[in-house]
Design a protein around this ligand. Structure first.
Ligand code: SPV
Ligand code: MG
Length: 547
């Protein structure tokens, strides 16, 4: 037998929080003179709930583990399937687990292999009952056949000889009272099992009162720790068990039973109401699920293990005037949030946190918490390139440039952010088949969107303007571009070049991007729809439907 520290457990799962092994922790609970409690669990999340409730050990019930799989408590789940469930439980909680091993899944040989596998998985103990494989739940029928005493003692010895940890606990369960064989038979069996090496005796009873248990405990006189399961005699005060010298109480099935009641209630209500309204307040929150399964730890690990990439910044050009409404377009209300708020929200969701907005028209109403505001005070006569130039000091490192009156689905932004190109623009191919009215930034690229699955030829910008002839249009720019750190440098250089040529005031983004495309590759990423440019009142109505 190895010691706990050297046994072959899964990483970290063999130790409970205090640094004590789970084997030692269960042994201490069972052997201690004070009354201990084991609470039933049947899967990872119920194990976690048992731990959070403050229990110091788990009963992996055969009845509820089977039932949670939709199976009967008749060895319908194979022993390896039980092992799989135990592994989830041991991973989810640090508590020691006493598993209901039923009859040991066969004869002595099956018990040996089962115990070895339990020890490998850090399961601290097993309880085997003196019945025959395949077993039947003790509360079904009367006078179930019992195992031959000597044969069952062989199972106990085989289990104890197979444990890989000195502290592994084997509990022998006596079914003599349940199957109507009487007190003497129960005592005779308990004594034999104790002598065969069982660490504790589970004396089971299905009477509605605990008289049999007390009678047994008195005669047993603490020869070995006694474990009980008061499912049927639940009304007996716990204090009486304490006085009777009981070692451990197993609350055997109450988490599954309570979840069945709750699930039935919830399913019924939702079915009846065709709505979630009535149940929302009474069910655990999704956040609670995230907490229980440890999402916070994953976030922390991501910070530790994922490569860090400096976050991209964004410049939002929002200096232009209103529609018929007397307010900047970026402040139009789209279902309770300004357009700018939605745009910045999308940027942030994609990890773009450093956002600068260049405002102009009615700048006093353009505000958003956590966003840097710069002013283009010449917005009436100077256009987009000028606005961008107002932000040139913040165009450092990877930068997104977006119009302040567009909305787009996040995947479009994510696709630009993951592009390997130094400059990439988002282009809508629907502009060819569904041209929108009004001012549009049309694009001619060296390669048109084909829609062909096998077409992975990258397209590059040749020209962007408002007046490209129909036959030469590859799509419409969505007002969204990404520049790598190098692309951002090129962008600053081009702003300076336009300034030197006196073109900055009148220049717009199509001119700026066309000039860039003449000097550097400007990648075109094609999309089909899923964006909005709030230029007209029709666009505004559509935007209000955009979620
Ligand atoms: C179990 O929980 O599966 C048990 C206890 O074996 S009992 O159902 O009371 O037999
Ligand atoms: Mg059972």
């Amino acid at each position: 037998m190895g010691n706990a520290g050297s046994s072959a457990m899964r990483g970290g799962s063999s130790f409970s929080v205090s640094g004590e092994t789970r084997f030692a922790a269960l042994r201490r609970e069972i052997m201690s003179p004070s009354l201990s409690f084991l609470m039933e669990a049947h899967d990872g999340i119920s194990a976690k709930i048992v731990e959070e409730a403050g229990f110091r050990g788990i009963w992996a019930s055969g009845l509820t583990t089977s039932a949670a799989l939709g199976l009967r408590d008749s060895n319908e789940a194979s022993w390896t399937q039980v092992l799989d469930v135990l592994e989830y439980m041991a991973d989810a909680a640090t508590l020691p687990i006493l598993v209901d091993g039923d009859t040991g899944h066969g004869n002595f040989n099956n018990v040996r292999r089962f115990v070895r596998k339990l020890c490998e998985r850090g399961i601290a103990g097993v309880c085997i009952e003196d019945k025959l494989f395949p077993k039947t739940n003790s509360f079904i029928g009367d006078a179930q056949p019992l195992a031959d005493v000597d044969e069952f003692c062989g199972r106990i010895k085989a289990g104890k000889d197979s444990q890989a940890d000195d502290d592994f606990v084997l509990v022998a369960r006596v079914e003599a009272l349940i199957s109507g064989r009487g007190m003497e038979e129960a005592l005779r069996r308990a004594e034999a099992y104790h002598r065969a090496g069982a660490d504790a005796i589970l004396i089971h009873s299905k009477k509605p009162d605990a008289s049999e248990i007390f009678a047994f405990a008195e005669r047993w006189a603490n020869r070995a720790p006694l474990v009980i399961v008061p499912t049927m005699y639940y009304a007996t005060p716990t204090e009486l068990f304490r006085q009777a010298g009981i070692s451990t109480i197993i609350w055997a099935n109450h988490l599954l039973r309570s979840s069945i009641a709750a699930m039935r209630e919830t399913a019924g209500r939702i079915h009846e109401d065709e709505s979630l309204v009535r149940v929302e307040g009474s069910v655990a929150t999704v956040k609670d699920i995230f907490r229980l399964v440890g999402n916070a730890e994953l976030e922390e690990a991501e910070r530790r293990y994922l490569p860090e990439r400096p976050a991209a910044g964004a410049v939002v050009l929002a200096a232009s005037g209103g529609l018929t409404l007397d307010q900047p377009k970026c402040m139009l209300d789209i279902r309770g949030q300004s357009l700018l708020q939605r745009l910045v929200g999308t940027l942030r969701e994609s990890g773009v946190r450093d956002v600068t907005v260049v405002r102009g028209y009615r700048k006093e109403v353009v505000a958003l918490q956590g966003v840097r505001m710069l002013d283009n005070d010449r917005h009436a006569e100077a256009g987009e390139a000028w606005s961008l130039a107002c932000a040139r000091e913040v165009i450092r490192g990877e930068t997104i440039v977006a119009y302040g009156d567009v909305l787009f689905r996040r995947y479009i932004l994510d696709s630009l952010l993951t592009s390997s190109a130094d400059i990439v623009v988002a282009v809508d191919t629907l502009a060819i088949s569904h041209p929108r009215p009004g001012k549009r930034d049309l694009v001619t690229a060296d390669h048109r969107f084909s829609g062909d699955y096998l077409d992975d030829l990258p397209a590059h910008l040749l020209r962007m303007a408002g007046d490209i002839p129909q036959g030469e249009i590859s799509g419409e720019w969505m007002g969204l571009a990404r520049f790598s750190a190098r692309g951002a440098e090129w962008l600053r250089e081009e702003i300076a070049a336009m300034e030197a040529e006196g073109l900055l005031e009148a220049g717009d983004m199509p001119l700026l991007l066309t000039r860039l495309a003449g000097k550097h590759p400007v990648r075109v990423k094609y999309f089909t729809g899923h964006w909005l440019d709030v230029d007209t009142l029709t666009d505004l109505a559509e935007a209000r439907n955009f979620t």
